[in-house]
Design a binder for this molecule. Structure first.
Ligand code: NI
Ligand code: MN
Length: 236
């Protein structure tokens, strides 16, 4: 398969991931840019971003959603209440959907799946209810199935995600403190059975101590844990 037929996944630090499909659809997940200490400053986002997906309302996942949507002409897709909140914050177009629902985003079937985490959105007026925490499964047309877990602990229903979607590539938080760490993520790998794990939500702040090496030491040899740095990419 040539590179142009592959799906390009670029890690922009923390939980921020750019997915570029062979169909030419650019999807940015959980944009945390201006205040992300590990954002690769030399990286230029594509001029056109078609969709911004956000997993939950915490600032380290949504703070640049509306600005990116305005600047790059993106439609923001998220759980219903969060989509509404981001519309009020200036996102020009939004798609509100909910757990178990699937939307077609430029040839990619995106299903909203469970996550276990809190999800309020804080601004100068306080903390707002913006739905629950979610993850996303992205089924790329003619390509791989990707899973972005958002912020979560390990949970048994990851097995349902495996049964329903068979994700080959799992983007899992491993930093600990606010999400699962390597030990829990290793169990998540047993439940999900991905070929490849792309570790996210680690190394951003001192409290996030989990590393890809710690995870790699705990998973079956059949699971490839990619040790990448912000700005790094993976072709799926
Ligand atoms: Ni969070
Ligand atoms: Mn987070």
């Amino acid at each position: 398969m040539s590179d142009s037929q592959r799906t390009r996944i670029t890690w922009l630090g923390h939980a921020t991931v750019l997915v570029q499909t062979p169909q030419g659809t650019n999807i940015l997940i959980d944009p945390f840019i201006a205040h992300n200490p590990k954002y690769p400053q030399s990286f230029n986002l594509p001029a056109k971003i078609h969709y911004v997906l956000v997993t939950h309302g915490h600032g380290d996942h949504i703070s640049d959603a509306a600005p990116v949507a305005k600047k790059h002409g993106a439609t923001v897709a998220a759980i219903y209440e969060l989509a509404d909140y981001l519309k009020a914050k200036g996102a020009p177009e939004t798609i509100g959907f909910n757990l178990g629902g699937t939307v077609d985003l430029g040839g990619t079937a995106v299903t909203m799946v469970d996550a276990k985490h809190s999800a309020g959105a804080a601004d100068e007026k306080g903390t707002h209810y913006v739905g629950v925490a979610t993850g996303f499964v992205l089924e790329i047309a003619g390509g791989p199935v990707l899973y972005h877990a958002g912020d979560t602990c390990v949970f048994g229903d990851m097995q349902l995600i495996r049964e329903l979607h068979h994700p080959q590539v799992a983007m899992l938080p491993i930093g600990g403190h606010y999400t699962m760490g390597p030990k829990e993520a290793a169990l998540a790998c047993r439940l999900l059975a991905p070929q490849t794990v792309l570790p996210i939500h680690w190394g951003t702040f001192p409290a996030l101590t989990g590393t890809p090496e710690q995870l790699a030491a705990l998973v079956a040899p059949s699971v490839k844990v990619v040790s990448w740095v912000p700005g790094g990419e993976f072709l799926a």
